[in-house]
Design a protein around this ligand. Structure first.
Ligand SMILES: *[C@@H]1O[C@H](CO)[C@@H](O)[C@H](O)[C@H]1NC(C)=O
Ligand SMILES: *[C@@H]1O[C@H](CO)[C@@H](O)[C@H](O)[C@H]1NC(C)=O
Length: 257
């Protein structure tokens, strides 16, 4: 009896400590419902489509349209609120596809996914993105942000891989969100690890939760106050979005679309 109790307690303790326990905290199979909110600015749009899919029967098509007489930002994004905060560890994944005639030159930045929170109360910033995933030219890029909201610092990884238009690609991020040197940040592209960094800050020193936004954010059009090249309409498809405590929870190849 005594030994039985010990064994049961030991097994329970092992279970609690096991990092293999899987909890999928979010999944979206390419549908407009099931998100916390969305942000569509100016002539942007978000459509659920069935003709271009990564897996299953539907995907989300995000569009933005350049307008030289408009000075605002260009978001077309779906959002899931409060997906991580300082101290958390998680996996975040999705499949994406650029329109087949995507114009990569001259190079300008188009953001695909970002983690973001509202810092208006600090007086130092408003909506502040931390990690972002974007294409610039035909190259994939990502970053972490650290320091404090009033003294932000950025580490970027650019030129990670070539992004082929008209082809589905997959992203999985694993992050341990820390404001000191105990964090880590990894990113896989089409199943291959392209970033693997340990012992670095991955977050600013603030405990508020960050939201996850995905779609198209043509940040270059706003930040550079012009569109480079001639492609005024930009489209990015997204499918098989997942988040959770294990790689499999966020792996687009394991998520029905
Ligand atoms: C873009 O949006 C503005 C403001 O809503 C509107 O006046 C304009 O007609 C739109 N342009 C196109 C091409 O849809
Ligand atoms: C599509 O979804 C199914 C069911 O979840 C999965 O078994 C399969 O691996 C997925 N295929 C791709 C290409 O992601």
């Amino acid at each position: 009896m005594f030994f039985k109790t010990i064994t049961a307690a030991a097994i329970a303790a092992l279970h609690l400590a096991s990092p293999a326990l899987s909890t999928q905290t979010f999944v979206n199979t390419g549908i407009t419902s099931g998100w916390s909110s969305q942000n569509i600015e100016h002539n942007g749009s978000i459509n659920q489509v069935t003709n271009v899919v990564y897996n299953g029967t539907s995907a989300l098509k995000f569009t933005q349209v350049y307008d030289p007489s408009y000075t605002g930002r260009y978001h077309s994004e779906k959002a899931e609120l409060q997906v991580y905060k300082l101290g958390d560890t998680g996996f975040y994944g999705f499949a994406f596809r650029l329109q087949s005639d995507w114009q990569a030159s001259p190079a300008q930045s188009y953001n695909i996914a970002q983690f973001i929170a509202d810092f208006t109360d600090t007086g130092c910033d408003d909506w502040m993105p931390s990690t972002m995933v974007w294409v610039i030219g035909d190259q994939l890029a990502t970053r972490v942000k650290y320091g404090s909201i009033c003294a932000q610092q950025i580490q970027e990884w650019k030129g990670l891989k070539t992004v082929t238009p008209g082809v589905w690609h997959t992203i999985v991020i694993q992050a341990n969100w820390q404001s000191d040197d105990s964090g880590y940040f990894k990113m896989w592209y089409d199943g291959a690890k392209v970033v693997e960094e340990y012992n670095l800050p991955t977050m600013i020193d603030d405990s508020r939760p960050f939201d996850f936004h995905i779609g198209i954010y043509a940040n270059g059009w706003h930040d550079q106050q012009e569109m480079l090249g001639t492609q005024e309409t930009r489209q990015i498809w997204i499918d098989s979005v997942g988040m959770g405590t294990t790689f499999a929870d966020a792996d687009p190849t394991k998520i029905e679309g």
